[in-house]
Design a protein around this ligand. Structure first.
Ligand code: AOF
Ligand code: ZN
Length: 363
């Protein structure tokens, strides 16, 4: 039986999960709240990879407060794990601690777990409820679910434009269309991504750092540049500090060696007419444990991503201005008829300062 209070406690567990927003990857962000006699006795969230899962943190928290875990209820936003990964199974730890009941938001899509965590708890006599705030819990780990279920990241493409959909003048000048508030909000979305991707065109034009500056985070997302012909200038800001992945399609051993010396990694991928094949890239990024991929590129690469069906979600910031004859967000051919429009659905619309933030999904 699920009580009203279960929903409230699960909301609290989701708040705890969100505290791990920038740090848990490639692991999912999970929260756990432990309740006894209608009081919260412990709470925790997933730590960086290799460290505690949420349940372990919550139990440590309860013990530190001198609470007795026996007979308590744990609210967990993802099914407790049942496998020995980098850490031992949380299901076993909950059983050993003598919990009476576990309420779970959604099952773990990781094939190593996938229902076994819940089965293990039940086999030990623990009462288990599942599906409490399932939609919210899946949403929080949309990238982890995408990677586990289809082997590819969740692709979120960000663009900022005027109300008539223009991102830049024809000569490429684009600073600034949206307000500082919207730009800062964009950094929050960068921070939660495993990787931030752009194209060589944007690197040449804007020389972006593509890191997170406007919000505080202990971890920077991986920077990825699609540069089919390895044209990148070794002085480009995106290469500074090392760690960038350069996605290329045409070998150039000298340039590759030079970029490697700067700490970049070159991924040579299959090409389509000399250009990196985007579906192959997404497969490769999935193999490399990228959950959420944040694309911030120019209208050409944006168009290619959409054309190839490689975008799940648009993150659009629209300023209340009109620019007129200028560059659009996507370099796409007009459809033969309006029956062939690319349809999306609005997932969320919010005003950020004076601009609008729209999240729109292709399915
Ligand atoms: C949980 N609680 O807080 C998280 C879980 O290698 P490991 O040991 O860190 O295990 C990683 C897997 O554990 C991950 O792929 C996912 O299936 C699950 N994540 N499980 O019980 C948590 N983050
Ligand atoms: Zn676990």
């Amino acid at each position: 039986m699920i009580a009203f209070a279960d929903i409230d406690y699960m909301k609290l567990a989701l708040d705890w999960a969100a505290k791990g927003m920038f740090i848990t990857m490639p692991n999912p962000r999970v929260g756990c709240v432990i309740v006894k006699e209608d009081r919260v006795i412990g709470a925790g969230h997933t730590q960086p990879v290799g460290f505690d899962h949420a349940e372990i943190q919550a139990m440590k928290d309860a013990r530190q407060r001198g609470a007795d875990l026996r007979g308590a209820t744990a609210y967990v936003t993802l099914e407790p794990c049942s496998h020995f990964g980098r850490t031992p199974p949380c299901a076993d730890a909950l059983i050993e601690a003598g919990l009476a009941r576990v309420v779970v938001a959604c099952s773990d899509p990781n094939p190593l777990v996938a229902g076994r965590g819940v089965a293990r708890l039940r086999a030990a006599g623990i009462a288990v409820e599942t599906g409490v705030l399932e939609i919210e819990a899946r949403e929080l780990n949309i990238g982890f679910f995408a990677r586990m279920q289809r082997g590819q990241p969740w692709v979120r493409l960000k663009a900022a434009a005027s109300l008539d959909g223009k991102t830049a003048l024809h000569d490429g000048r684009s600073q600034w269309i949206t307000s500082a508030e919207a730009r800062n909000d964009g950094h929050w979305w960068r921070a939660r991504a495993c990787a931030v991707l752009t194209g060589i065109g944007t690197v040449k034009l804007d020389d972006p750092q593509l890191n997170v500056r406007a919000v505080e985070t202990p971890r920077q997302p991986r920077r990825v540049v699609i540069d089919s012909g390895l044209e990148i200038d070794p002085a480009a800001k995106i290469l500074q500090g090392g760690g960038a992945w350069i996605i290329a399609a045409r070998p150039n051993p000298d340039k590759e060696a030079q970029l490697r010396d700067l700490g970049a990694e070159i991924l040579m991928l299959p090409n389509q007419g000399g250009k990196v094949d985007l579906p192959s890239l997404l497969q490769e990024l999935g193999r490399r444990q990228i959950n959420e991929l944040h694309v911030e590129a120019g209208f050409k690469l944006n168009g290619s991503f959409v054309r190839e069906g490689c975008v799940d979600e648009l993150l659009l910031y629209l300023a209340p201005s009109l620019i007129g004859d200028a560059q659009g967000m996507f370099n796409l051919q007009a459809p033969a008829s309006l029956d062939e429009q690319r349809r999306l659905r609005f997932h969320e619309v919010k005003q950020i300062g004076r601009d609008l933030r729209i999240l729109a999904r292709f399915s």
